[in-house]
Design a protein around this ligand. Structure first.
Ligand SMILES: *Cc1c(COP(=O)(O)O)cnc(C)c1O
Length: 376
Protein backbone atom coordinates (compact mmCIF):
# COMPACT_ATOMS: atom_id res chain seq x y z
CA UNK A 1 0.00 0.00 0.00
CA UNK A 2 1.23 3.48 -0.74
CA UNK A 3 1.96 5.74 2.18
CA UNK A 4 -0.62 8.52 1.74
CA UNK A 5 1.34 10.81 4.02
CA UNK A 6 4.19 10.91 1.53
CA UNK A 7 4.31 14.16 -0.42
CA UNK A 8 2.52 13.79 -3.76
CA UNK A 9 0.74 10.56 -2.80
CA UNK A 10 -2.99 10.25 -3.52
CA UNK A 11 -5.22 10.55 -0.45
CA UNK A 12 -7.46 7.57 0.38
CA UNK A 13 -11.08 7.84 -0.78
CA UNK A 14 -13.16 10.31 1.22
CA UNK A 15 -10.26 12.62 2.12
CA UNK A 16 -9.75 14.56 -1.08
CA UNK A 17 -11.42 17.98 -0.77
CA UNK A 18 -9.61 19.87 -3.50
CA UNK A 19 -11.89 22.29 -5.39
CA UNK A 20 -10.92 20.58 -8.64
CA UNK A 21 -10.02 18.08 -9.72
CA UNK A 22 -12.46 16.56 -7.26
CA UNK A 23 -12.65 13.07 -5.85
CA UNK A 24 -13.93 10.47 -8.32
CA UNK A 25 -15.92 7.47 -7.15
CA UNK A 26 -14.03 4.17 -7.71
CA UNK A 27 -16.89 2.78 -9.87
CA UNK A 28 -16.64 5.83 -12.13
CA UNK A 29 -12.86 5.47 -12.34
CA UNK A 30 -13.22 1.77 -13.11
CA UNK A 31 -15.55 2.44 -16.05
CA UNK A 32 -12.56 3.90 -17.87
CA UNK A 33 -10.97 0.48 -18.27
CA UNK A 34 -13.63 -0.63 -20.80
CA UNK A 35 -12.16 -1.48 -24.21
CA UNK A 36 -11.93 1.18 -26.91
CA UNK A 37 -14.54 1.64 -29.60
CA UNK A 38 -14.27 3.51 -32.88
CA UNK A 39 -15.43 7.10 -32.68
CA UNK A 40 -17.50 6.97 -35.90
CA UNK A 41 -19.46 3.75 -35.47
CA UNK A 42 -22.95 3.01 -34.13
CA UNK A 43 -21.50 2.12 -30.70
CA UNK A 44 -20.38 5.67 -30.00
CA UNK A 45 -23.59 7.11 -31.44
CA UNK A 46 -25.69 5.03 -29.07
CA UNK A 47 -23.44 6.00 -26.18
CA UNK A 48 -23.56 9.69 -27.09
CA UNK A 49 -27.36 9.56 -27.41
CA UNK A 50 -27.63 8.10 -23.89
CA UNK A 51 -25.20 10.70 -22.57
CA UNK A 52 -27.28 13.52 -24.09
CA UNK A 53 -30.28 12.54 -21.96
CA UNK A 54 -28.23 12.69 -18.77
CA UNK A 55 -26.36 15.86 -19.70
CA UNK A 56 -29.58 17.70 -20.52
CA UNK A 57 -30.87 16.77 -17.09
CA UNK A 58 -27.74 18.22 -15.48
CA UNK A 59 -27.85 21.50 -17.44
CA UNK A 60 -31.67 21.69 -17.26
CA UNK A 61 -31.96 22.23 -20.97
CA UNK A 62 -33.80 20.91 -24.00
CA UNK A 63 -30.88 21.98 -26.20
CA UNK A 64 -28.08 19.64 -27.26
CA UNK A 65 -25.12 19.53 -24.89
CA UNK A 66 -21.77 19.75 -26.68
CA UNK A 67 -19.07 17.36 -25.54
CA UNK A 68 -15.58 18.74 -26.09
CA UNK A 69 -12.28 17.05 -25.44
CA UNK A 70 -10.38 19.78 -23.65
CA UNK A 71 -10.34 21.24 -20.18
CA UNK A 72 -12.97 23.83 -19.22
CA UNK A 73 -10.69 26.65 -20.36
CA UNK A 74 -11.13 25.36 -23.92
CA UNK A 75 -14.85 26.07 -23.80
CA UNK A 76 -14.22 29.47 -22.16
CA UNK A 77 -12.24 30.23 -25.30
CA UNK A 78 -15.04 28.76 -27.44
CA UNK A 79 -17.51 31.05 -25.68
CA UNK A 80 -15.73 34.26 -26.60
CA UNK A 81 -14.57 33.10 -30.04
CA UNK A 82 -18.09 32.12 -31.12
CA UNK A 83 -19.99 34.76 -29.19
CA UNK A 84 -18.35 38.00 -30.27
CA UNK A 85 -16.43 39.70 -33.06
CA UNK A 86 -15.29 42.89 -31.44
CA UNK A 87 -16.27 44.01 -27.98
CA UNK A 88 -17.35 42.34 -24.76
CA UNK A 89 -17.90 43.15 -21.11
CA UNK A 90 -16.24 40.85 -18.57
CA UNK A 91 -17.56 40.68 -15.02
CA UNK A 92 -14.49 40.07 -12.85
CA UNK A 93 -14.60 39.04 -9.18
CA UNK A 94 -11.77 36.53 -8.88
CA UNK A 95 -9.11 34.57 -10.73
CA UNK A 96 -11.31 32.58 -13.12
CA UNK A 97 -13.47 35.52 -14.15
CA UNK A 98 -10.22 37.46 -14.74
CA UNK A 99 -9.07 34.53 -16.88
CA UNK A 100 -12.28 34.80 -18.94
CA UNK A 101 -11.38 38.44 -19.72
CA UNK A 102 -7.76 37.50 -20.49
CA UNK A 103 -8.89 34.78 -22.90
CA UNK A 104 -11.13 37.23 -24.75
CA UNK A 105 -8.25 39.66 -25.03
CA UNK A 106 -5.92 36.90 -26.25
CA UNK A 107 -8.52 36.13 -28.93
CA UNK A 108 -8.26 39.72 -30.16
CA UNK A 109 -11.43 41.13 -28.63
CA UNK A 110 -11.77 44.53 -27.08
CA UNK A 111 -12.55 43.81 -23.42
CA UNK A 112 -14.05 46.12 -20.84
CA UNK A 113 -13.82 44.81 -17.29
CA UNK A 114 -16.35 45.50 -14.58
CA UNK A 115 -14.40 44.52 -11.50
CA UNK A 116 -15.44 44.10 -7.86
CA UNK A 117 -13.11 43.05 -5.02
CA UNK A 118 -12.21 39.35 -4.94
CA UNK A 119 -14.67 37.54 -2.69
CA UNK A 120 -17.60 39.76 -3.64
CA UNK A 121 -20.26 39.29 -6.31
CA UNK A 122 -21.65 41.50 -9.05
CA UNK A 123 -24.52 43.87 -8.45
CA UNK A 124 -27.02 43.44 -11.32
CA UNK A 125 -27.77 47.16 -11.14
CA UNK A 126 -24.13 48.01 -11.86
CA UNK A 127 -24.15 45.59 -14.80
CA UNK A 128 -27.33 47.24 -16.11
CA UNK A 129 -25.64 50.64 -15.96
CA UNK A 130 -22.60 49.45 -17.92
CA UNK A 131 -24.88 47.96 -20.56
CA UNK A 132 -26.80 51.24 -20.87
CA UNK A 133 -23.60 53.18 -21.43
CA UNK A 134 -22.00 51.06 -24.14
CA UNK A 135 -22.88 48.37 -26.65
CA UNK A 136 -21.48 44.92 -26.03
CA UNK A 137 -21.92 41.77 -28.09
CA UNK A 138 -21.53 39.62 -25.00
CA UNK A 139 -21.03 39.60 -21.24
CA UNK A 140 -18.84 36.99 -19.54
CA UNK A 141 -19.56 35.89 -15.99
CA UNK A 142 -18.41 33.13 -13.65
CA UNK A 143 -21.27 31.49 -11.77
CA UNK A 144 -19.31 30.03 -8.85
CA UNK A 145 -15.93 31.80 -8.57
CA UNK A 146 -13.74 28.91 -7.44
CA UNK A 147 -10.90 31.19 -6.30
CA UNK A 148 -13.08 32.91 -3.69
CA UNK A 149 -16.17 30.76 -3.11
CA UNK A 150 -18.53 33.56 -4.23
CA UNK A 151 -21.71 32.77 -6.16
CA UNK A 152 -23.04 35.33 -8.65
CA UNK A 153 -26.79 35.82 -8.94
CA UNK A 154 -27.18 34.40 -12.45
CA UNK A 155 -30.95 34.82 -12.85
CA UNK A 156 -30.69 38.51 -11.90
CA UNK A 157 -27.69 39.15 -14.16
CA UNK A 158 -29.38 37.30 -17.00
CA UNK A 159 -32.51 39.41 -16.54
CA UNK A 160 -30.44 42.56 -16.94
CA UNK A 161 -28.59 41.27 -20.02
CA UNK A 162 -31.88 40.14 -21.59
CA UNK A 163 -32.93 43.79 -21.86
CA UNK A 164 -30.34 44.11 -24.63
CA UNK A 165 -31.34 41.77 -27.42
CA UNK A 166 -27.94 41.91 -29.17
CA UNK A 167 -26.00 41.02 -26.03
CA UNK A 168 -25.29 37.39 -25.18
CA UNK A 169 -24.59 36.08 -21.68
CA UNK A 170 -21.63 33.66 -21.58
CA UNK A 171 -21.45 31.68 -18.35
CA UNK A 172 -18.61 29.71 -16.79
CA UNK A 173 -20.41 27.36 -14.41
CA UNK A 174 -17.45 25.06 -13.87
CA UNK A 175 -17.96 24.70 -10.11
CA UNK A 176 -21.68 25.49 -10.42
CA UNK A 177 -23.07 22.96 -12.88
CA UNK A 178 -23.79 19.70 -11.10
CA UNK A 179 -23.56 21.19 -7.59
CA UNK A 180 -25.28 24.58 -7.50
CA UNK A 181 -28.76 25.29 -8.77
CA UNK A 182 -28.52 26.01 -12.48
CA UNK A 183 -31.36 26.43 -14.99
CA UNK A 184 -29.85 26.94 -18.43
CA UNK A 185 -33.15 27.32 -20.30
CA UNK A 186 -35.34 28.91 -17.63
CA UNK A 187 -32.71 31.55 -16.84
CA UNK A 188 -32.16 32.32 -20.54
CA UNK A 189 -28.40 31.71 -20.59
CA UNK A 190 -26.77 31.91 -24.04
CA UNK A 191 -23.75 29.75 -23.36
CA UNK A 192 -23.06 27.68 -20.28
CA UNK A 193 -19.91 25.64 -19.91
CA UNK A 194 -18.37 23.29 -17.40
CA UNK A 195 -15.48 20.85 -17.12
CA UNK A 196 -15.64 17.18 -16.15
CA UNK A 197 -13.40 17.38 -13.10
CA UNK A 198 -15.28 19.75 -10.79
CA UNK A 199 -18.85 19.41 -9.48
CA UNK A 200 -19.53 16.57 -11.92
CA UNK A 201 -16.82 14.55 -10.13
CA UNK A 202 -15.30 12.95 -13.21
CA UNK A 203 -11.68 12.62 -14.23
CA UNK A 204 -10.39 15.65 -16.15
CA UNK A 205 -10.43 15.62 -19.95
CA UNK A 206 -13.91 16.63 -21.08
CA UNK A 207 -15.80 19.90 -21.15
CA UNK A 208 -19.52 20.39 -21.75
CA UNK A 209 -21.41 23.36 -23.11
CA UNK A 210 -24.92 24.43 -24.11
CA UNK A 211 -25.49 27.19 -26.70
CA UNK A 212 -28.75 29.06 -27.22
CA UNK A 213 -30.17 29.58 -30.70
CA UNK A 214 -28.97 33.19 -30.51
CA UNK A 215 -25.45 32.03 -29.67
CA UNK A 216 -25.32 29.78 -32.74
CA UNK A 217 -26.73 32.56 -34.91
CA UNK A 218 -24.00 34.84 -33.60
CA UNK A 219 -21.34 32.21 -34.33
CA UNK A 220 -22.41 32.19 -37.98
CA UNK A 221 -21.45 35.87 -38.19
CA UNK A 222 -17.98 35.39 -36.72
CA UNK A 223 -15.49 34.53 -39.47
CA UNK A 224 -12.51 33.97 -37.16
CA UNK A 225 -14.06 31.52 -34.76
CA UNK A 226 -11.36 28.97 -35.46
CA UNK A 227 -11.50 25.25 -36.13
CA UNK A 228 -11.18 23.10 -33.01
CA UNK A 229 -13.67 25.11 -30.97
CA UNK A 230 -16.17 26.00 -33.69
CA UNK A 231 -19.55 25.50 -32.02
CA UNK A 232 -21.33 25.17 -35.37
CA UNK A 233 -19.21 22.08 -36.09
CA UNK A 234 -20.14 20.69 -32.67
CA UNK A 235 -23.83 21.32 -33.39
CA UNK A 236 -23.63 19.68 -36.81
CA UNK A 237 -21.85 16.58 -35.52
CA UNK A 238 -24.16 16.23 -32.56
CA UNK A 239 -27.12 15.87 -34.91
CA UNK A 240 -25.58 12.46 -35.69
CA UNK A 241 -24.53 11.95 -32.04
CA UNK A 242 -20.91 12.44 -32.95
CA UNK A 243 -18.11 14.80 -32.02
CA UNK A 244 -16.00 16.81 -34.50
CA UNK A 245 -12.78 15.04 -33.51
CA UNK A 246 -11.83 11.96 -31.47
CA UNK A 247 -13.39 12.34 -28.02
CA UNK A 248 -11.73 11.20 -24.76
CA UNK A 249 -13.58 7.89 -25.08
CA UNK A 250 -12.54 6.49 -21.69
CA UNK A 251 -13.85 9.60 -19.97
CA UNK A 252 -17.16 9.17 -21.84
CA UNK A 253 -17.43 5.71 -20.23
CA UNK A 254 -16.90 7.29 -16.83
CA UNK A 255 -19.48 9.95 -17.68
CA UNK A 256 -22.09 7.32 -18.45
CA UNK A 257 -21.72 5.76 -15.00
CA UNK A 258 -21.68 9.13 -13.27
CA UNK A 259 -24.78 10.42 -15.10
CA UNK A 260 -26.68 7.35 -13.96
CA UNK A 261 -25.61 8.06 -10.39
CA UNK A 262 -26.77 11.69 -10.77
CA UNK A 263 -30.08 10.58 -12.29
CA UNK A 264 -30.86 8.33 -9.35
CA UNK A 265 -29.93 11.05 -6.85
CA UNK A 266 -31.92 13.74 -8.81
CA UNK A 267 -30.63 17.25 -9.41
CA UNK A 268 -32.79 18.71 -6.66
CA UNK A 269 -31.30 16.34 -4.07
CA UNK A 270 -27.82 16.99 -5.40
CA UNK A 271 -28.22 20.76 -5.05
CA UNK A 272 -29.63 20.29 -1.54
CA UNK A 273 -26.72 18.05 -0.53
CA UNK A 274 -24.20 20.65 -1.68
CA UNK A 275 -26.06 23.45 0.12
CA UNK A 276 -26.11 21.40 3.30
CA UNK A 277 -22.34 20.83 3.10
CA UNK A 278 -21.68 24.54 2.53
CA UNK A 279 -23.95 25.49 5.45
CA UNK A 280 -22.16 23.02 7.71
CA UNK A 281 -18.81 24.62 6.83
CA UNK A 282 -20.22 28.10 7.56
CA UNK A 283 -21.61 26.87 10.88
CA UNK A 284 -18.26 25.28 11.77
CA UNK A 285 -16.51 28.59 11.03
CA UNK A 286 -18.85 30.22 13.56
CA UNK A 287 -17.95 27.51 16.08
CA UNK A 288 -14.24 28.20 15.52
CA UNK A 289 -14.86 31.92 15.95
CA UNK A 290 -16.67 31.45 19.24
CA UNK A 291 -13.66 29.41 20.30
CA UNK A 292 -11.57 32.55 19.80
CA UNK A 293 -10.05 31.85 16.37
CA UNK A 294 -10.36 34.74 13.91
CA UNK A 295 -11.15 32.64 10.84
CA UNK A 296 -13.98 33.69 8.48
CA UNK A 297 -15.73 32.83 5.21
CA UNK A 298 -14.36 35.11 2.49
CA UNK A 299 -17.60 35.49 0.49
CA UNK A 300 -20.40 37.51 2.09
CA UNK A 301 -23.47 35.75 3.48
CA UNK A 302 -26.13 35.28 0.82
CA UNK A 303 -23.52 35.10 -1.97
CA UNK A 304 -21.68 31.91 -1.07
CA UNK A 305 -21.12 29.01 -3.38
CA UNK A 306 -22.58 25.67 -2.29
CA UNK A 307 -19.58 23.82 -3.78
CA UNK A 308 -16.48 25.65 -2.55
CA UNK A 309 -15.61 27.74 0.49
CA UNK A 310 -12.59 30.02 0.80
CA UNK A 311 -11.60 30.57 4.43
CA UNK A 312 -9.87 33.78 5.39
CA UNK A 313 -7.20 32.86 7.93
CA UNK A 314 -6.33 34.74 11.12
CA UNK A 315 -3.70 37.47 10.80
CA UNK A 316 -0.22 35.98 10.44
CA UNK A 317 -1.35 32.42 9.73
CA UNK A 318 -0.16 31.14 6.33
CA UNK A 319 -2.38 29.24 3.88
CA UNK A 320 0.39 26.86 2.79
CA UNK A 321 1.03 25.91 6.46
CA UNK A 322 -2.63 24.92 6.93
CA UNK A 323 -2.67 22.89 3.70
CA UNK A 324 0.53 21.12 4.78
CA UNK A 325 -0.79 20.42 8.30
CA UNK A 326 -3.87 18.78 6.73
CA UNK A 327 -1.72 16.89 4.24
CA UNK A 328 0.50 15.23 6.85
CA UNK A 329 -2.72 14.00 8.48
CA UNK A 330 -3.71 12.37 5.18
CA UNK A 331 -6.25 14.96 3.97
CA UNK A 332 -6.21 17.20 0.93
CA UNK A 333 -7.69 20.69 0.87
CA UNK A 334 -7.06 23.49 -1.62
CA UNK A 335 -4.58 26.28 -1.11
CA UNK A 336 -5.59 29.88 -1.67
CA UNK A 337 -5.67 30.82 -5.36
CA UNK A 338 -3.49 33.46 -6.94
CA UNK A 339 -3.19 36.57 -4.80
CA UNK A 340 -5.17 34.83 -2.01
CA UNK A 341 -2.54 32.07 -1.64
CA UNK A 342 -1.09 33.25 1.67
CA UNK A 343 -4.25 34.47 3.36
CA UNK A 344 -6.85 31.82 2.53
CA UNK A 345 -7.39 28.08 2.08
CA UNK A 346 -10.23 26.45 0.16
CA UNK A 347 -12.45 23.46 0.79
CA UNK A 348 -14.04 21.81 -2.23
CA UNK A 349 -17.23 20.29 -0.81
CA UNK A 350 -18.50 19.13 -4.17
CA UNK A 351 -19.05 16.07 -6.30
CA UNK A 352 -19.83 12.94 -4.33
CA UNK A 353 -18.85 14.23 -0.89
CA UNK A 354 -21.40 13.98 1.90
CA UNK A 355 -22.13 15.73 5.19
CA UNK A 356 -20.88 12.63 7.00
CA UNK A 357 -17.52 12.82 5.21
CA UNK A 358 -17.25 16.50 5.95
CA UNK A 359 -17.23 16.08 9.75
CA UNK A 360 -13.86 14.30 10.03
CA UNK A 361 -12.40 16.82 7.58
CA UNK A 362 -13.53 19.70 9.78
CA UNK A 363 -11.97 18.00 12.83
CA UNK A 364 -8.69 17.65 10.97
CA UNK A 365 -8.94 21.24 9.79
CA UNK A 366 -9.39 22.45 13.37
CA UNK A 367 -6.16 20.65 14.28
CA UNK A 368 -4.42 22.02 11.20
CA UNK A 369 -5.46 25.58 12.07
CA UNK A 370 -4.21 25.13 15.62
CA UNK A 371 -0.87 23.82 14.37
CA UNK A 372 -0.45 26.56 11.75
CA UNK A 373 -1.43 29.09 14.43
CA UNK A 374 1.47 28.03 16.62
CA UNK A 375 3.82 28.77 13.71
CA UNK A 376 2.26 32.18 13.01
C1 LIG B 1 -11.28 25.02 -12.73
C2 LIG B 1 -11.97 26.18 -13.32
C3 LIG B 1 -11.71 26.61 -14.62
C4 LIG B 1 -10.64 26.02 -15.50
O1 LIG B 1 -10.79 24.69 -15.67
P1 LIG B 1 -9.75 23.81 -16.51
O2 LIG B 1 -10.52 22.56 -16.65
O3 LIG B 1 -8.53 23.69 -15.68
O4 LIG B 1 -9.50 24.50 -17.79
C5 LIG B 1 -12.44 27.67 -15.12
N1 LIG B 1 -13.36 28.28 -14.37
C6 LIG B 1 -13.63 27.91 -13.11
C7 LIG B 1 -14.67 28.65 -12.34
C8 LIG B 1 -12.96 26.84 -12.54
O5 LIG B 1 -13.23 26.45 -11.30
Amino acid sequence: MTDFRKEGAAAPFGRFFLPGPTEVHPDVLAAQTRPMMGHRGPGIQELMARLQEGLKRVFRTERPVFVATCSATGLMEAAVRNGARRRILSLVNGAFSARFADIAEACGLEVDRLEVPWGEVHDPGAVAERLRNARYEAVTVVHSETSTGALNDLPAISGVVAEHSDTLLLVDSVTGCGGAELETDAWGLDFVLTGSQKALALPPGLAFGVASEAMLERAETVPGRGYYLDLLTFAKNLEKFQTPTTPAISTLYALEVQLECIRSETMEARWARHLAMARRVHEWVEEMRSGGLDVSVLAPEGSRSPTVTALRLPEGMRGPDVVEAARVRGWVIGGGYGKLKETTVRIGHMGEHTLEELEPLLDVLAEALAEAGVRA
